[in-house]
Design a protein around this ligand. Structure first.
Ligand SMILES: Nc1ncnc2c1ncn2[C@@H]1O[C@H](COP(=O)(O)OP(=O)(O)O)[C@@H](O)[C@H]1O
Ligand SMILES: [Mg+2]
Length: 322
């Protein structure tokens, strides 16, 4: 039986580049380039990479909040690329997204009761009577460990961490199966980050949720993920189980990311990357990482590396794996 909840095949997203008075299209920016992966039901895929490498674009395109330029997206084996709006609405209920900034994602004029009731009303859920809806709202608050006294308060009365809990409760309102967490804890203090991560992990077990957890912070990714995909310049350049990525990184870029984690053994041998950041409109030939790579040879400058797969499913794209 296929236990993948999400299956992505050759997904690409290109943004048109327009210039001049008439805004003519003069080129394309390849934000996501032929990305493929699956996420098993009840598991977390961590997506890590530096700012601008395409993580948000990838996350949004899976939910079709940004339309992909190419490739297939399957949710529970159903191809969702070409679904009509009405069909997509049903599926989108099952796929939610939580963003980095809990300050701007909650309407400041709505109290918490209205914020949590809104998705229930829109999707006609728990609507037999007022009591049923109230019970659901209490349950949502319970999931994120916020007391009922919050219901008549407004977003500004809460801390960043509490606001992010409310965002999580709102995402859960429609009984999703898949949640994209895009830098969901990045704006919070370290101690608060840990609380939110623990809530997300507890909820995953309790509700059998599947996450795509996006972060530029490999330490956070390590903590929450079953599998880790490392993104560079719109491509997945390495993917393996979380432990394999840490114990046995194959791609020099992954190794460099690991070496930048503070307070670990890796830090003794910190790798400082030099060289240019590739131009997203006119990317260099060959491996996009070659201008910064200390192992690069002629072939790396010329031909983009194919995927290599190890026995345990560990995938990487590199001519000179570590
Ligand atoms: N709506 C857009 N139009 C044009 N370019 C965009 C748009 N959104 C993102 N980009 C570009 O796509 C690339 C990937 O961005 P993004 O997905 O936000 O990266 P990340 O989330 O990893 O920081 C960047 O070069 C960014 O400037
Ligand atoms: Mg982003």
């Amino acid at each position: 039986m296929n236990n993948n909840l999400i299956e992505i095949k050759d997904l690409s997203v290109n943004f048109p580049i327009k210039s001049g008075y008439l805004g003519r299209k003069t080129g394309e920016l390849r934000a996501v380039n032929r990305v493929s992966f699956n996420i098993k039901k009840g598991q977390t895929l961590g997506l890590v990479g530096e700012s601008g490498c395409g993580k948000t674009t990838l996350g949004k395109s899976i939910l079709r909040l940004i339309e992909p330029s190419n490739g297939n997206i399957r949710f529970k084996s159903t191809l969702i690329n070409d679904l009509k709006n009405s069909e997509m609405r049903k599926i989108r209920k099952k796929m939610q997204i939580i963003f980095q900034d809990p300050y701007s994602s909650l309407n400041p004029r709505m109290n918490i009761r209205s914020i949590l009731s809104e998705p229930l009303k829109i999707h006609n859920l728990f609507n037999q009577n007022k009591q049923q809806r109230n019970n659901r709202i209490y349950q949502l608050l319970d999931y994120v460990q916020i007391s009922k006294s919050a219901l008549n308060k407004y977003p500004h009365e809460f801390s960043g961490g509490q606001r992010q809990r409310i965002c999580i409760a709102r995402a859960l309102a429609v009984e999703p199966e898949f949640i994209v967490c895009d830098e969901a804890v990045s704006s919070l203090d370290v101690s608060v980050q840990a609380q939110i991560l623990n809530i997300l992990m507890d909820l995953q077990k309790e509700l059998n949720l599947t996450y795509l957890f996006i972060s530029h912070n490999l330490e956070i990714i390590q903590f929450i993920s079953h599998e880790v995909a490392v993104m560079y310049f719109g491509n997945i350049i390495e993917k393996a189980s979380a432990s394999e990525i840490y114990d046995n990184p194959k791609h020099p870029y992954t190794k460099a990311l690991l070496s930048s984690i503070l307070n670990t053994n890796f830090n003794k041998d910190r790798i400082i990357l030099k060289g240019d950041i590739p131009n997203a409109v006119n990317p260099p030939n060959g491996c996009h990482f070659h201008p910064k790579c200390w192992k690069a040879t002629d072939i790396c400058k010329e031909i983009y590396p194919d995927e290599s797969v190890l026995d345990d499913g560990h995938i990487f794209r590199c001519y000179h794996p570590l």
